[in-house]
Design a protein around this ligand. Structure first.
Ligand code: BES
Ligand code: MN
Ligand code: ZN
Length: 504
């Protein structure tokens, strides 16, 4: 997707579609006013029909306006004057790009950064526009022999600014959005690929490809099962034993900060297929468990964005990746494994495998002495029951980190909701035969999963600020529109941009 920042006379701008905002009640944005003027009041006349009145996101498409060079003008209701918030703005953008996709437009021009969105800087508005445009341009085609979707995707998005003074912010927004959206779209592609293509080895290859052309500022290392065995990753390897696909531990390093600076470490669950193991899942919708690597895909996508943006930070991405299948060597309920941390775990349910691969990955990260540690995982169905599909769940042992992540999520349109990380839940994980069980019963399932993980970050020499994101409800959508969302890549990149002092 190409972005270009445009300024100057709107009426003479050659574009397939000029998008103009109209706020309630029937108020033309200043860009729309200029076009109205050039067309001899055509827009004002259209408004009088009342067809645009109502909800934000309503649209009216106009062709061949006199005195206007654009092939089409798309008027969009941008909500009540002075009340446009980020949520509504996202809704408006979604509507605009959905219409554009329907029309098969490959190019369009947005003037929507003029919309008065509360608490959003011009940079943030342009970012949101560019991000929504790039998100809409993704098509899944990898395994389709026939390409039924004849309409081409958007390839060029022009961001219009009223004056040269606004150009720099818009250009920076476009650069950031391009990298962010490419990272999110990479995560979506990896996630949408079926389990027989996107295996742990495939994920490792894709991660390795990020370091192609080899610079010391971005390196990728992949640990195989032998290396993990030598380290003592008994929990991770126990999950992989039930599968013919070998497990891997992918380690990506972006060295953009000063050499001694403590890194931000991202860890993502990379279960390329989760059948549940011996505690096998019901057949209905089991295909969706190809999405159980969305945490890992998000880490790979975010690392690509970080690399492309050359962020002046040290960032490490770690993806433990495996399948979870039932076979003669698979974990059995009651089996006890020794984790890399030395703690033992009784596996009462083999379907609670995410925490088993994550716990060893988290312990492994100790060696990086992280400034902050953030893991993300499609960890529990219980999380979807608790929060539905709008926010990802946030658990954190540090209020400052929780606050920074929540703020970044808000700003990136990729929201989080905080859940408790309290010792009170630990008793649910007690085992008669090991240091802990891998499940904590029906109650508070997302929370006990987080409490389990917490036992593997507590033994850092100095407890590291840690956050766990349960993305089970947000990483993909089910039903007719089934597909990966790319979340939480927007949130991660936003957090890192802010940490680098670049997102304003
Ligand atoms: N990957 C699943 C969680 C999941 C299920 C995410 C459905 C999204 C939709 C995870 O490995 C799992 O199976 N968790 C179990 C835990 C339980 C056995 C304690 C679950 O949620 O049922
Ligand atoms: Mn499972
Ligand atoms: Zn799983």
């Amino acid at each position: 997707m190409d972005f270009s920042v445009k300024t100057g006379e709107l009426a003479t701008l050659e574009t397939a579609c000029l998008v103009l905002g109209v706020s309630e009640p029937r108020t033309l944005s200043s860009a729309a006013q200029a076009v109205d003027h050039a067309s001899g009041g055509q827009l004002s006349k259209q408004l009088e029909t009342g067809d645009l009145d109502g909800d934000a996101g309503r649209m009216q498409l106009l062709y061949q306006l006199p005195g206007v060079a654009a092939e089409r003008v798309l008027l969009v209701n941008s909500g009540k004057s002075g009340e446009l918030d980020r949520r509504t703005f996202d809704k408006v953008l979604k509507a605009v790009f959905a219409r554009s996709a329907e029309l098969g437009l490959t190019e369009l021009t947005s003037t929507l950064a003029e919309a008065p969105v509360a608490k959003m800087t011009p940079y943030q508005r342009q970012r949101a526009i560019a991000q929504a445009g790039a998100h809409s341009s993704y098509r899944y085609e990898h395994t389709k022999a026939k390409k039924p979707n004849a309409k081409p995707p958007l390839t060029t998005l022009n961001l219009w600014v009223a004056s040269d003074a606004e150009r720099a912010a818009a250009e920076q927004a476009a650069t950031h959005a391009a990298a962010l959206a490419a990272g999110a779209n990479l995560a979506r592609e990896l996630a949408n690929l079926p389990g027989n293509i996107c295996t742990p080895s495939y994920l490792a290859e894709q991660a390795r490809a990020l370091a192609e052309g080899g610079t010391p500022s971005f390196t990728v290392e992949v640990l195989d099962e032998a290396a993990m065995g030598e380290l003592g990753m008994g929990a991770l390897l126990s999950v992989a034993r039930g599968s013919r696909e070998p497990a891997h531990l992918i380690v990506m390093k972006h060295n953009g900060g000063s050499p001694g600076e403590a890194p931000v470490v991202l860890v993502g669950k990379g279960l390329t297929f989760d059948a549940g193991g011996i505690s096998i899942k019901p057949a209905a919708d089991m295909d969706e468990m190809k999405y159980d690597m969305c945490g890992g895909a998000a880490v790979i996508g975010a690392m690509q964005a970080v690399r492309n943006l050359k962020l002046p930070l040290n960032v490490i991405g770690v993806v433990p990746t495996s399948e979870n299948l039932p076979d003669g060597a698979a974990n059995k309920p009651g089996d006890i494994v020794t984790t890399l941390s030395g703690q033992t775990v009784e596996i009462l349910n083999t379907d609670a495998e995410g925490r088993l691969i994550l716990c060893d990955a988290l312990t492994y990260c100790e060696r990086f002495e992280p400034a902050v540690l953030i893991d993300m995982a499609t960890l529990t169905g219980a999380c979807v029951v608790a929060l539905g599909r709008h926010p990802s769940a946030l658990f954190a042992n540090d209020d400052q980190l929780a606050e920074a992540l929540a703020t970044a999520g808000e700003a990136a349109g990729d929201r989080l909701w905080r859940m408790p990380l309290w010792k009170d839940y630990d008793s649910q994980l007690e085992s008669n035969f090991a240091d802990m069980a891998n499940i904590g019963g029906r109650e508070g399932g997302a929370i006990t999963a987080a409490a389990f993980l917490a036992k593997f970050v507590g033994n850092y020499s100095q407890t590291v600020p840690w956050a766990h994101l349960d993305i089970a409800g947000t990483a993909w959508v089910s039903g007719k529109e089934k597909g990966a969302t790319g979340r939480p890549v927007p949130l991660l990149v936003e957090y890192l941009l802010r940490r680098a002092g670049l997102a304003s």
